[in-house]
Ligand binder design. Structure first.
Ligand code: NAD
Ligand code: USQ
Length: 382
């Protein structure tokens, strides 16, 4: 299968590109390197040193004989996108290429506008590109579990059956996102759903939970293939942040009470979920939604798990309950369905102490790269 990975230089996209290439697919990457520029803007970095994309793909070719073509450019530039689609004629377009940090989108008006324009217009261009150039191409779009928010009823996979005033219908599940970033994903989902209906686009929206971990079998093959790993208060995500904090002797930064519960998954499962979606394309005109996570945890559960493993490894780790910089429920009901990917063959890598220990040991080697001022949260929702 010819597969384009948009956002293929990023945390999820890079290991996915390698994995799909190893599985025998003909892979190319689109990326505008924006994520590396946001590090410069925020005076931050990946805790792991990451090679340039060109060096990464060259090393991959040297090790495996497999070529991954790269296109440096922006999805917001439609002429660029069209040229890539004409050249590659992809069977599947995997779309990771968005600004994905909730805090970044809440910095100020400029960052909110940038996030929504980058994400919504980029995605709209992808939809037009598919319609005009490769109408049969399957769009595999990364959405987020955060589109749903935290309702007081179980979260279904995209749709809910409703009975109202004696009539029944199956409708899109209500969305209550918690940041301008998460809102951009909701806007994307609506645009995709609409174009499936009116143009017959085939699309899978993967509502992914928070991803943790660092390496996959492929990224471990050589230091030049190492994945990025974020720890700062803007791009770092809960579990990865806690593990890195424990290695530098920082208290684990639980925001508020810590009862915030989310879906989580290992990066090894992210790459497999994309493969599953690609191998089972949506039908023409179908807007299919999968909830892509394997387990649910509260933030405090995660901090306690990390604290236990870190203490076993000799670290003096404690948990701090910081004033919550976000506006969100800190104690709430949360249960989401996630059966569709399992039915198609996903075998989850669950979060054991050993998994935490492995990530901890991997980041230990790079802990001198951590810029400590970047660890505490600096962006407020109010
Ligand atoms: P990332 O920031 O590491 O990677 C995104 C990549 O997309 C970057 O390399 C960036 O340079 C590129 N990009 C951004 N805007 C672009 C544009 N307009 N044109 C071309 N390239 C562009 O993010 P990630 O963690 O790999 O997340 C990938 C996707 O998965 C995002 O859409 C995100 O919303 C979604 N997601 C991530 C997580 C997570 O925990 N990391 C969880 C759920 C969903
Ligand atoms: N949190 C803490 N302490 C921290 C960091 C986070 O308590 O040091 C809390 C947050 O307040 C929030 C929860 O942990 O309640 C998750 O925060 P996060 O930063 O790990 O994740 P989030 O902002 O939701 O965003 C991340 C990715 C995003 C993706 C989303 C999936 O950055 O791209 O869409 O996870 S989900 O959360 O399911 O929407």
């Amino acid at each position: 299968m010819n597969i384009i990975i948009a956002g293929g230089d990023g945390f999820c996209g890079w290991p996915t590109a390698l994995y799909l290439s190893k599985q025998g697919h003909d892979v190319s990457i689109i990326d505008n390197m924006a994520r590396r520029k946001w590090d410069v803007e925020l005076h931050s970095n990946s805790i792991t040193p990451i090679a340039d994309l060109e060096d990464r793909v060259e090393k991959w070719k040297e090790l495996t004989g497999r070529e991954i073509r790269t296109y440096e450019g922006d999805l917001n530039h439609y002429d660029f996108l069209k040229q890539v689609l004409v050249k590659e004629k992809p069977d599947a377009f995997v779309h990771f290429a968005e600004q994905r940090s909730a805090p970044y989108s809440m910095i100020d008006r400029e960052h909110a506008v940038f996030t929504q324009v980058n994400n919504v217009v980029g995605n709209l261009n992808v939809l037009y590109g598919i319609k005009e150039i490769v109408p049969d191409c399957h769009l595999i779009k990364l959405g987020t579990m955060g589109e749903y928010g935290t309702p007081n009823i179980p979260i279904e996979e995209g749709y809910i059956e409703i009975e109202h005033k004696g009539r029944k219908d199956t409708l899109p599940y209500p969305k209550q996102p918690g940041s301008f970033y998460h809102l951009s994903k909701v806007h994307d989902s609506h645009n995709i759903m609409f174009t499936c209906k009116v143009w017959g686009i085939r699309a899978t929206d993967l509502n992914q939970g928070v991803v943790y971990g660092l390496e996959t079998e492929e990224t471990k093959m050589d230091p030049l293939l190492t994945n990025r790993l974020d720890y700062d208060g803007v791009f770092g995500t809960a579990l990865n942040r806690f593990i890195i904090q424990s290695t530098i002797g920082h208290d684990l930064t639980v925001y508020g009470k810590g009862g915030q519960t989310r879906g989580f998954l290992n990066i090894r499962d992210t790459v497999r979920c994309i493969e599953i979606a690609a191998e089972h394309p949506a039908d023409r005109g179908e807007f299919r939604v999968f909830n892509q996570f394997t387990e649910e945890f509260s933030v405090l559960d995660l901090a306690n798990k990390v604290k236990k493993v870190a203490q076993e490894e000799g670290f003096n780790t404690d948990i701090a309950h910081l004033e919550n910089p976000r506006v969100e429920l800190e104690e709430h009901y949360f249960h989401a369905e996630n059966t569709k990917l399992r039915e198609l063959g996903l075998e989850p890598h669950l979060l054991t102490d050993e998994v935490i220990r492995d990530i901890l040991k991997a980041v230990m080697n790079h802990k001198n790269r951590v810029i400590e001022e970047n660890v505490l949260p600096g962006v407020s929702w109010k």
